[in-house]
Design a protein around this ligand. Sequence first.
Ligand SMILES: [Fe+2]
Ligand SMILES: [Fe+2]
Length: 134
Amino acid sequence: MLSANQMLSQFDNNYQLGDAGMDTTHQEFLRHCQETAATTGSEFANKFKKLLDHTQAHFDEEERRMISIQHGAYKEHRADHQRILGDMTRFNERVQAGRGMMAKAWLNDSLLAWFDIHARTMDSALAADLKASA
Ligand SMILES: [Fe+2]
Ligand SMILES: [Fe+2]
Protein backbone atom coordinates (compact mmCIF):
# COMPACT_ATOMS: atom_id res chain seq x y z
CA MET A 1 0.00 0.00 0.00
CA LEU A 2 1.44 3.34 -1.07
CA SER A 3 1.47 6.35 1.24
CA ALA A 4 0.62 9.86 0.02
CA ASN A 5 4.34 10.66 0.38
CA GLN A 6 5.33 7.82 -1.91
CA MET A 7 2.62 8.71 -4.39
CA LEU A 8 3.85 12.32 -4.50
CA SER A 9 7.45 11.24 -4.99
CA GLN A 10 6.37 9.02 -7.91
CA PHE A 11 3.91 11.54 -9.29
CA ASP A 12 5.66 12.27 -12.59
CA ASN A 13 5.95 8.59 -13.52
CA ASN A 14 2.63 7.31 -12.24
CA TYR A 15 0.06 10.09 -12.17
CA GLN A 16 1.08 12.90 -14.51
CA LEU A 17 -1.62 13.21 -17.18
CA GLY A 18 -0.25 16.11 -19.21
CA ASP A 19 -3.16 18.41 -18.39
CA ALA A 20 -1.71 21.23 -16.28
CA GLY A 21 -4.93 21.95 -14.39
CA MET A 22 -5.62 18.32 -13.50
CA ASP A 23 -1.98 17.61 -12.60
CA THR A 24 -1.83 20.61 -10.25
CA THR A 25 -5.13 19.66 -8.60
CA HIS A 26 -4.00 16.05 -8.16
CA GLN A 27 -0.72 17.09 -6.54
CA GLU A 28 -2.67 19.38 -4.21
CA PHE A 29 -5.05 16.50 -3.41
CA LEU A 30 -2.14 14.22 -2.46
CA ARG A 31 -0.58 17.00 -0.38
CA HIS A 32 -3.86 17.49 1.47
CA CYS A 33 -3.98 13.73 2.12
CA GLN A 34 -0.39 13.75 3.34
CA GLU A 35 -0.93 16.72 5.66
CA THR A 36 -4.21 15.37 7.01
CA ALA A 37 -2.75 11.93 7.73
CA ALA A 38 0.11 13.53 9.67
CA THR A 39 -2.16 15.24 12.22
CA THR A 40 -4.44 14.25 15.12
CA GLY A 41 -7.26 15.73 17.16
CA SER A 42 -8.72 19.13 16.26
CA GLU A 43 -5.93 19.70 13.73
CA PHE A 44 -6.96 16.50 11.98
CA ALA A 45 -10.58 17.71 11.91
CA ASN A 46 -9.52 21.04 10.34
CA LYS A 47 -7.38 19.34 7.72
CA PHE A 48 -10.02 16.73 6.92
CA LYS A 49 -12.56 19.49 6.23
CA LYS A 50 -10.04 21.24 3.95
CA LEU A 51 -9.50 17.95 2.11
CA LEU A 52 -13.28 17.59 1.69
CA ASP A 53 -13.64 21.14 0.32
CA HIS A 54 -10.70 20.65 -2.04
CA THR A 55 -12.11 17.34 -3.28
CA GLN A 56 -15.52 18.88 -3.91
CA ALA A 57 -13.92 21.62 -6.02
CA HIS A 58 -11.64 19.08 -7.77
CA PHE A 59 -14.62 16.96 -8.83
CA ASP A 60 -16.80 19.96 -9.77
CA GLU A 61 -14.06 21.25 -12.06
CA GLU A 62 -13.54 17.88 -13.79
CA GLU A 63 -17.29 17.46 -14.25
CA ARG A 64 -17.58 20.99 -15.67
CA ARG A 65 -14.82 20.20 -18.19
CA MET A 66 -16.43 16.83 -19.07
CA ILE A 67 -19.68 18.61 -19.93
CA SER A 68 -17.81 21.22 -21.98
CA ILE A 69 -16.38 18.53 -24.32
CA GLN A 70 -19.32 16.09 -24.05
CA HIS A 71 -17.02 13.44 -22.60
CA GLY A 72 -18.46 9.97 -23.30
CA ALA A 73 -17.75 8.54 -19.83
CA TYR A 74 -19.31 11.49 -17.99
CA LYS A 75 -21.96 9.45 -16.15
CA GLU A 76 -19.61 6.71 -14.89
CA HIS A 77 -16.89 9.20 -14.00
CA ARG A 78 -19.33 11.41 -12.11
CA ALA A 79 -20.80 8.37 -10.31
CA ASP A 80 -17.31 7.38 -9.13
CA HIS A 81 -16.76 10.93 -7.82
CA GLN A 82 -20.12 10.90 -6.04
CA ARG A 83 -19.42 7.58 -4.37
CA ILE A 84 -16.10 8.68 -2.89
CA LEU A 85 -17.41 12.16 -2.02
CA GLY A 86 -20.35 10.56 -0.20
CA ASP A 87 -17.97 8.40 1.84
CA MET A 88 -15.74 11.41 2.59
CA THR A 89 -18.75 13.50 3.66
CA ARG A 90 -19.93 10.78 6.08
CA PHE A 91 -16.43 10.36 7.52
CA ASN A 92 -16.15 14.14 7.88
CA GLU A 93 -19.28 14.16 10.05
CA ARG A 94 -17.66 11.62 12.37
CA VAL A 95 -14.35 13.52 12.37
CA GLN A 96 -16.01 16.83 13.23
CA ALA A 97 -17.75 15.03 16.12
CA GLY A 98 -14.34 13.96 17.47
CA ARG A 99 -14.32 10.40 16.09
CA GLY A 100 -11.39 10.40 13.70
CA MET A 101 -9.84 6.96 13.93
CA MET A 102 -11.86 5.23 11.22
CA ALA A 103 -11.57 8.25 8.97
CA LYS A 104 -7.79 8.18 9.20
CA ALA A 105 -7.69 4.46 8.35
CA TRP A 106 -10.06 5.10 5.43
CA LEU A 107 -7.87 7.97 4.17
CA ASN A 108 -4.67 5.93 4.33
CA ASP A 109 -6.14 2.80 2.77
CA SER A 110 -9.30 3.28 0.73
CA LEU A 111 -8.99 6.90 -0.39
CA LEU A 112 -5.41 6.62 -1.64
CA ALA A 113 -6.10 3.24 -3.29
CA TRP A 114 -9.13 4.83 -4.96
CA PHE A 115 -7.06 7.76 -6.25
CA ASP A 116 -4.38 5.45 -7.61
CA ILE A 117 -6.93 3.64 -9.81
CA HIS A 118 -9.15 6.64 -10.60
CA ALA A 119 -6.22 8.78 -11.78
CA ARG A 120 -4.83 6.02 -14.00
CA THR A 121 -8.18 5.18 -15.58
CA MET A 122 -11.01 7.74 -15.57
CA ASP A 123 -8.90 10.87 -15.13
CA SER A 124 -6.36 9.61 -17.65
CA ALA A 125 -9.15 9.05 -20.19
CA LEU A 126 -10.55 12.51 -19.49
CA ALA A 127 -7.14 14.16 -19.95
CA ALA A 128 -6.71 12.37 -23.30
CA ASP A 129 -10.17 13.47 -24.42
CA LEU A 130 -9.49 17.07 -23.35
CA LYS A 131 -6.27 17.03 -25.37
CA ALA A 132 -8.07 15.59 -28.42
CA SER A 133 -10.83 18.20 -28.11
CA ALA A 134 -8.47 21.17 -27.75
FE1 LIG B 1 -9.17 13.99 -10.60
FE1 LIG C 1 -12.00 12.28 -11.72
